[in-house]
Design a protein around this ligand. Structure first.
Ligand code: MRU
Length: 370
């Protein structure tokens, strides 16, 4: 059993989840710390980290204890809140310097998922408008972190409802990486659509790519879906083409780490080949993402920074090494799927169809007007 999150904020959104997860990805603890499910240990162990400062939160993000674009955003928001709580009684100068360092440290933790920067911007704006005293500023920042979490949970539920309409009864859905409750505040993006389709009475089955090299599909997606009794079959990443050619896939749904203004999508490495295969086999390729994942400041996918992770993720897993020592390795963690291969973006504002650049402009103008 993990730590008990502050009950008032564990269920602070207006809408009840379609299915309640037996775990939390990120939650505030009443004692003034953050509880983060350590996803590196899953599925073998369900263990929570107790995080009491921004440096520890940046490390948790960098080392993938918490991962998935929306969850990273929530974690960063709580990283600022917990730092403000820690420094609440410090002299003003030390508090300002500490918070400034926290923003910088968290912003350096991972480069691709824009939700991280979106959440930090949101926290920065709230800080600018917050009371000048330490306890007042800490309370305002905690309130904003709760709002980031609550908004993500609500967005996922709306996305699920919008996307479920695209899923036919009996659909065989291929997904990549983990875009589930573990990757968000709750419910999930791609898996949220699947959960909502199931809740609407549709019988679906999921083909989960194992997702080399960190195995988010094998470890996390399979774990989440099995726990809920949603039929899931794990496949090696390279099997997608054969299964599509044999007519064993009806549609593909994935999440996103950043969507450029023209609709190009950055997501877990291996997503782009799936989109090419889906086009070849005439299958819909859907991307489920909250608007917090859209970055209109980036014109094209080629301008999205792609994280390169360590060689050790490719040369083995855990303590086991299977590649010969000294071999050269490339380990880009994300790829870019061009907008023209995306059938639709499933967002909390509805299903956006091509031309995606226009649809994104309109929906983001609406979002900023609200
Ligand atoms: O490296 P990760 O595990 O953080 O990558 C996660 C993904 O690529 C997800 O597909 C994406 O963040 C969408 S999660 C709702």
């Amino acid at each position: 059993m993990g730590p008990t999150p502050d009950a008032a904020h564990a269920a602070s959104d207006q809408e009840a989840p379609v299915t309640a997860s037996p775990f939390h990805t990120v939650a505030w603890l009443a004692e003034g710390a953050v509880s983060v499910l350590d996803q590196r240990r899953l599925p073998a162990r369900v263990e929570y980290l107790r995080i009491a400062d921004a440096t520890a939160m940046a490390t948790a993000i960098r080392t993938l204890a918490v991962r998935g674009a929306p969850a990273i955003g929530c974690a960063a928001a709580y990283g600022i809140a917990v730092e403000a709580h820690r420094l609440r009684a410090a002299p003003a100068e030390a508090r300002h310097a500490g918070l400034q360092a926290a923003f910088e440290d968290l912003a350096r933790s991972r480069p691709t998922a824009v939700n991280l920067f979106w959440a930090l911007d949101r926290m920065g704006r709230r800080l600018a408008a917050a009371p000048a005293d330490g306890p007042g500023a800490a309370a305002a920042l905690l309130d904003e972190a709760h709002a980031v979490l609550g908004d993500d949970r609500a967005a996922n539920l709306r996305m699920g409802a919008a996307g479920a309409a695209l899923v036919g009864d009996g659909a065989r859905i291929l997904t990549h990486c983990n875009a589930g409750a573990l990757a968000t505040a709750a419910h999930g993006t791609a898996l949220g659509v699947i959960r909502s389709a199931v809740a609407a009475g549709k019988r679906v089955s999921v083909l989960a790519d194992e997702t080399r090299p960190v195995l988010q599909g094998a470890r996390l997606t399979a774990w989440e879906l099995l726990a809920e009794g949603i039929p899931v079959t794990l496949i090696p990443d390279g099997a997608a083409g054969l299964l599509m050619a044999r007519g064993e896939v009806d549609l593909v749904i994935v999440g996103a780490d950043r969507v450029a203004a023209n609709g190009d999508v950055a997501n877990k490495i291996g997503t782009y080949p799936l989109a090419v295969l889906a086009r070849r086999h005439n299958l819909p390729f859907y991307v489920a993402c909250p608007l917090s994942t859209v970055d209109l400041s980036v014109a094209h996918g080629s301008a999205i920074p792609i994280e390169e992770r360590g060689a050790d993720e490719v040369t083995g897993y855990g303590a086991e090494r299977w590649a010969p020592p000294g071999v050269a390795v490339r380990n880009p963690a994300f790829d870019i799927t061009p907008a023209d291969l995306v059938s639709a973006l499933i967002t909390e504002a509805g299903v956006l169809r091509p031309p995606l650049a226009e649809a994104l402009r309109a929906v983001m103008a609406g979002a900023s007007a609200r």
